[in-house]
Design a protein around this ligand. Structure first.
Ligand code: NAI
Ligand code: MG
Length: 504
């Protein structure tokens, strides 16, 4: 049968004939929309606090809306916990610690964690859809990256629960008591898993405060805890904004605070906790350098740069937001990057073809716009994906800036959006100096063909996580955390257990 152009056009997949595809290398192909079906997963019109194993109305009587940032439509209303609610939650966690969880054999704690992990796997599709509609991230990320990692964290720490003495040979690990945990909106379920799983494995109980724009999946997780039969009060969830978080930090009966979020709030928390005897871990912002050497496999590096900055709309504390390119390959890298970003699809986060979803909130969008404007005013040049953005919702196209200097605000401040600042270097020493020239120190990337260069650079880069010839790869066995203003303490791996134990 002769396949004509028209016949090809009736097939739903790439419809650009081979000849044109070659000519249009770098141009965007259109796919027919492939929407994830969100209908089976209903969202209750109102979400209460989760205290002592039950959903309960807030003492404040106040609720606030959670919206879908891709449509600006309200999805539900969320209870705003005040200091009295936080106190109830902490009392419930203390009771559960004293009477049940602290006394349970470690093997039993592990069983609950395994059960939770399996339930998360069973409900992964629903949780991915909720994560996407409430937070704006593409379904292919919440489905293929966030949810598998969430389950993996529970499985991983379930395994450690009855093996703590092997994790810390010669020591007698004991739990801390009640942990207050405050998490951000960029990986709502994953951050909940990073914090809850090791805390429970070590025998602590928890009061968790999700971010105000993304509370729905944490409350769905609470239902999973109920289904798993987790004893009442072992995990409590108080929703609300910064004042709710501050009430948790200030509560006198908390033994440990774990916070992920902005450096600004991290500093406030460090001050509030100082001298109180509460243990503290802070995972704050970043301004990572992704360093590309002339001997790097270029096409692979371009994919790593894209994954480094455009993953989750750049709402990633370890995003590779500064690109340092060795001078000799600068023109090629910029050209390849310019071509590659034209192929990224921005739009409906529920479409399985979407690469770049919605910006999480109007406030975050305003921050991204302001910082890019400052870059342009300081002399940078703009490259963006040419696309039509939806009329409603919060959107920012994949962007990179050339002509940036290290003194520019875009090269110094965390943008937390899909915006890359491209700069050059000549020698490895210069790359190191520039990469380390930041108050942060969370992560970095190195791209080179030479193993020896990777080790030399990694030893001198002041960053907690360093990826070599890859970027933004996560695994529960690997510790994660920063230097300097990126915070202190580690989550993940054995280090993540140590943060929830007394080891004396
Ligand atoms: P944020 O630091 O205000 O929010 C993070 C969490 O802390 C939320 O749950 C929030 O309710 C809570 N919080 C706010 N004020 C608090 C206080 N005084 N005491 C206790 N808890 C408090 O971050 P925000 O405003 O959402 O984003 C601002 C910037 O922070 C972003 O543009 C980005 O640069 C950075 N950020 C970094 C994150 C990271 O993963 N390192 C995550 C989120 C934001
Ligand atoms: Mg929302």
């Amino acid at each position: 049968m002769k396949i004509t152009r028209n016949l090809l056009a009736t097939i739903s997949h790439p419809i650009i004939p081979l000849k044109d595809r070659r000519l249009n290398f770098g141009a965007k192909w259109d796919y027919t929309p492939s929407l994830e079906d969100a209908k089976p997963y209903s969202i209750a019109p109102r979400h209460e606090l989760f205290i002592n194993g039950k959903f309960t109305a807030p003492a404040s009587g106040h609720y606030f809306p959670s919206i879908n940032p891709a449509t600006e439509q309200p999805l539900t209303e969320i209870a705003a916990a005040n200091a009295a609610d936080v106190d109830r939650a902490v009392k419930s966690a203390r009771r559960a610690y004293d009477r049940v969880w602290g006394k349970l054999p470690a093997r039993e704690r592990g069983k609950y964690l395994y059960r939770i992990a399996r339930l998360i796997q069973e409900k992964a599709r629903e949780l991915a859809v909720l994560e996407t509609v409430d937070g704006g991230k593409p379904i292919k990320e919440s489905r293929d990256i966030d949810l598998p990692l969430v389950a993996a964290h529970f499985f991983y720490y379930a395994g450690w629960a009855d093996k703590l003495k092997y994790a810390f040979p010669g020591k007698t690990p004991r739990p801390l008591g009640v942990a207050g945990q405050i998490i951000p909106w960029n990986f709502p379920l994953l951050m909940a898993a990073w914090k809850i799983a090791p805390a429970l494995a070590c025998g602590n109980t928890v009061v968790l405060k999700p971010a105000e724009t993304t509370s729905i999946t944490a409350l769905r997780l609470a239902q999973i805890f109920q289904e798993a039969g987790l004893p009442d009060g072992v995990v409590n969830i108080v929703t609300g904004a910064g004042v709710t978080g501050a009430a948790l930090v200030q509560h006198p009966d908390i033994n440990k605070i774990a916070f992920t979020g902005s450096t600004e709030v991290g500093k406030l928390i460090a001050k509030a906790v100082a001298g109180s005897g509460k243990k503290l871990t802070l995972e704050l912002g970043g301004k990572a350098a992704n360093i590309i050497f002339e001997d790097a496999p270029l096409d692979q590096a371009i994919e790593g740069i894209i994954a480094g900055i455009y993953f989750n709309q750049g709402h990633v504390c370890c995003a590779g937001s500064r690109l340092l390119v060795q001078e000799g390959i600068y023109p090629q890298v910029v050209k390849k990057l310019r071509d590659r970003i034209q192929t990224l699809r921005v739009g409906n986060p529920l479409d399985k073809n979407t690469d770049i979803g919605a910006i999480n909130s109007a406030a975050q969008l305003a921050k991204i716009r302001e910082l890019v404007q400052s870059g342009l005013a300081e002399g940078a040049a703009l490259q963006q994906t040419q696309c039509t953005l939806p009329a409603k919702g919060y959107w920012y196209p994949p962007t990179f800036l050339t002509g940036v200097t290290h003194a520019h605000r875009v090269a110094q401040e965390e943008i937390f959006g899909p915006v890359l600042s491209v700069m050059t270097f000549r020698t490895p020493e210069e790359a190191l100096e520039r990469a380390n020239n930041t108050p942060y120190g969370l992560s970095a990337g190195i791209w080179t063909d030479k193993g020896s260069k990777i080790f030399k650079m990694a030893a001198k880069l002041q960053a907690g996580v360093i990826w070599a010839n890859c970027y933004n790869k996560f695994d529960p066995t690997s510790p994660f955390g920063g230097y300097q203003e990126s915070g202190f303490g580690r989550e993940g791996g054995l280090h993540g257990l140590a943060a929830y134990c007394r080891l004396d």
